[in-house]
Design a binder for this molecule. Structure first.
Ligand SMILES: Cc1cc2nc3c(=O)[nH]c(=O)nc-3n(C[C@H](O)[C@H](O)[C@H](O)COP(=O)(O)OP(=O)(O)OC[C@H]3O[C@@H](n4cnc5c(N)ncnc54)[C@H](O)[C@@H]3O)c2cc1C
Length: 553
């Protein structure tokens, strides 16, 4: 589940004053209410904002015998982040005391956000805070039933966690979950399944099945190409989306796995300017996501771009399930993906012992047990520090003979002074073992050739990453390692739409109107701050490109 909320509960439930309500009235209609009347229900898409004028409403958890989560009186309002993203409702809103409410339809909410800054701040802050509260309290219309050892179930949990979809998880092998499983409206058995709003059951759903079922995936382009399509929602893509959408570009973001990218998997980013105590990658990603949505960007997840094609002055981005999105400009922000070890039998333990990120989700499974972290870079050092708060012992294995060559000194100092972190240099994993989950590894010290067996429940592999550019082959110029070539290193294409300042952008690729930012770019600095910086700066070149195209048209 999500980490401690950074947005307080007080911000979640503000009371609007009379002038504020008066301004909202222009966007909705007033309606008399009766006890028991349902104003929106679990699973409803594009539901309305409900402002209480007289009487009271209850927000109830349908999956938990209509338990009342919040009662709202005059001046309070009902709705949460799904109102902006298009996700279906996770709770129901029922009249508990008759009176009057102002109903503001979905489109009206977007108009308020776009046109009234002070109300926009109140609504967006409250929506985001409520989502965090839902995540932390495990209140959900969504019940995931699956065993801890089921890799598919764990993949779905990771998808829900990383995309901040509220859920509760029940394990059919856990006796304390038996009665909850019996009452949640699902057929019996220990098969992995998801129960939606206590009515529909999805059997062994993929992340895409789930996204479709809860409306995460609703956005459809209506004929006209978007001004900007951003591929990848890591720090670079989210930043391009925030700046693009806030500067009036119709912006569509396509993300394969989870909003936040690599940064979203970092337990604590300590070198991002403005956060002296550090910030979790998950928190940073959530803030950026809310900001992008607030400015009107549409984010579609999970959707993988599989090809980029040029069509006159526009580009077509082909997606994995066959659909095609059209954009007048493209930002490639697909970053990089972790490298794997090559150990016999490792596939069987992916997600059930072998991990490529160390977030709370993985750490909880390693409580009071031993784990191994492989890698000599900052990400492995951070992971080892984080896991040391949960595991009884963290073995940090590094192939090289000197950590200082690859890791920041501040991290080395911390690791060396942490009692339950063992740094083992010139050491590698040679074997993984286990039944349904990982329970041991063999390691070898290359200096002494000594081998040892370690009983561990987690092997965290943090040995660098490769660029996600397979979908660009044959269209975009890549360097010898597969990163996208940009800027001065490229010859100007001579294309007329390139004549404006966009041709001078350090982020342009060999195709006019196609830019690359962040880790995917050849020669980029692999940092959150630089990815965010590039994502913001590139928007100026996009404006120049679009203006040049408009002149030519
Ligand atoms: C564990 C860890 C800890 C880190 N800690 C720090 C730190 O403390 N400080 C720091 O400055 N940096 C840190 N980094 C590095 C930092 O996270 C990256 O430099 C940064 O995330 C790069 O951002 P990006 O947007 O360019 O790419 P990414 O973060 O890689 O995001 C790319 C996104 O594109 C998506 N994608 C890929 N292919 C496709 C496709 N075909 N279609 C659609 N979507 C696609 C991916 O799913 C991903 O979400 C850390 C990295 C890791 C892994």
């Amino acid at each position: 589940m999500a980490s401690t909320p950074s947005i307080s509960e007080q911000q979640a439930f503000p009371v609007l004053d009379v002038p504020q309500i008066a301004r909202l009235r222009a966007f909705g209609t007033v309606k008399d209410t009766h006890p028991g009347e349902v104003l929106f229900d679990v699973g409803e898409c594009a539901y309305s904002l409900v402002v209480v004028l007289e009487g009271a409403t209850d927000i109830v958890d349908r999956a938990n015998t209509d338990h009342v989560l919040k009662t709202s009186g005059p001046g309070e309002f009902n709705g949460e982040l799904g109102l902006l993203t298009g996700q279906s409702a996770f709770t129901a809103c029922i009249i508990s005391k008759p009176g009057k409410v102002l109903i503001v339809p979905h489109a009206g909410v977007h108009e308020i956000i776009a046109t009234i800054p002070d109300l926009s701040n109140i609504l967006v802050t409250a929506f985001a805070a409520r989502r965090q509260i839902l995540m932390l309290s495990a209140v959900a219309s969504l019940t995931i039933i699956g065993r801890e050892e089921d890799a598919e179930a764990l993949r779905l949990l990771e998808f829900a966690d990383r995309n901040r979809i509220p859920y509760r998880w029940l394990d059919p092998h856990n006796p304390s979950d038996t009665s909850a499983i019996a009452t949640c409206g699902s057929p019996e058995g220990d098969m992995f399944r998801v129960v939606l709003d206590g009515r529909r059951t999805l059997e062994r759903p993929s992340p895409l099945d789930l996204a479709r079922a809860i409306g995460l995936d609703l956005f459809r382009q209506e004929g006209r190409p978007s001004d900007l399509i951003v591929v990848g929602a890591g720090p670079a893509g989210l930043s391009a989306a925030v700046y693009g959408a806030s500067e009036g570009l119709s912006t569509l973001v396509v993300e394969d796995t989870a909003i936040g990218g690599q940064a979203g998997t970092s337990s604590r980013i300590e070198n991002y300017v403005g956060f002296p105590a550090g910030i979790s990658g998950e928190d940073l990603a959530f803030r950026a996501e809310v900001q992008a949505i607030k400015f009107g960007a549409h984010i579609t997840v999970p959707r993988r771009a599989t090809a980029l094609e040029r069509r006159d002055n526009t580009y077509a981005v082909r997606l994995d399930e066959g659909s095609v999105l059209l954009g007048r400009s493209i930002v490639i922000a697909t970053g990089a993906r972790y490298r794997r070890l090559s150990l016999r039998g490792q596939e069987a333990f992916e997600g059930v012992g072998i991990y490529y990120a160390a977030t709370e989700l993985e750490a909880r499974r390693c409580r009071k047990r031993e784990v191994v972290v492989v890698g000599g870079g900052n990400s492995s050092g951070q992971a080892a520090m984080f896991l040391s708060q949960y595991a009884s012992c963290v073995h940090l294995l590094c192939r090289g003979s000197d950590l200082a060559q690859t890791m920041s000194q501040y991290l080395i100092t911390r690791l060396e002074s942490t009692r339950n972190v063992m740094i083992e240099l010139r050491t590698e994993v040679t074997e993984v073992r286990g039944g349904e989950t990982l329970d041991g590894v063999t390691i070898i010290n290359r200096s002494t050739s000594e081998t040892r067996n370690l009983g561990v429940c987690g092997l965290f592999v943090m040995i660098g990453a490769e660029p996600c550019t397979g979908w660009l082959r044959r269209t975009v110029a890549l360097d010898e390692k597969g990163f996208v070539r940009t800027g001065a290193a490229l010859k100007t294409s001579g294309d007329k739409s390139d004549i404006a300042g966009a041709a001078l952008s350090p982020f342009r690729t060999n195709l006019p109107g196609v830019f690359a930012v962040g880790d995917v770019r050849s020669g980029s600095v692999k940092r959150v701050a630089s990815a965010v910086g590039e994502g913001s700066v590139v928007v100026q070149a996009i404006h120049q490109h679009l203006a040049a195209c408009a002149k030519l048209a």
